[in-house]
Design a protein around this ligand. Structure first.
Ligand code: HEM
Length: 137
């Protein structure tokens, strides 16, 4: 998709969707730990959808900056962002395996916390990158 957005919309959309994603992920963790599967699984779907919206706004925001001018944080953030996006498959697959066989919870828990840490690192490096980059135009 390549719709043009007013500059403020990209920034507001990004901050708002990131906040919503983190809030839903907190709900995912709470409901997972409380074994509330009927709420946990719909929240996971919501988190993945919200993450997609956040990535859309992040790309729109990135178009307003010369991201390479941010320096070494740029390739670091890109590598983290790609790894984290693909890494979401880990809790998704292990979650489905846990539904079938409860003993898989050990791996689901490891994958879940790994991807949560990666999400926070991706958000932190992305924010640092934008703050360090030169604005275009
Ligand atoms: C981003 C994706 C996900 C995250 C971050 C996540 C996180 C968690 C966490 C933190 C727990 C608690 C583990 C513990 O006992 O300490 C949990 C439990 C669980 N999750 Fe997930 N999860 C995700 C996706 C899924 C998916 C896609 C499914 C199934 C389709 C699923 C099914 C389950 C089940 C069955 C449990 C065990 C609940 C019980 O003890 O009865 N999860 N999850």
């Amino acid at each position: 998709m390549n719709l043009s957005l007013p500059d403020e919309s990209a920034a507001i959309g990004f901050v708002a969707s990131l906040a919503v994603t983190l809030a839903i992920l907190a709900g995912v963790v709470v409901t997972g730990r409380a074994a509330k599967r009927k709420v946990h699984i719909p929240l996971v779907i919501g988190a993945v959808a919200s993450l997609g919206v956040t990535i859309y706004f992040a790309e729109k925001l990135g178009e307003l900056y010369d991201l390479e001018s941010a320096g070494v944080i740029y390739p670091i953030h890109l590598a983290l962002a790609k790894t984290t996006t693909v890494g979401y498959l880990l809790p998704l697959v292990t979650g489905v395996l846990t539904v079938r066989d409860a003993t898989r919870i050990v791996w689901h828990r490891r994958c879940a916390y790994f991807i949560l840490v990666m999400t926070v690192l991706t958000a932190a490096t992305g924010t640092t990158m934008v703050l360090m980059a030169e604005r275009l135009g």
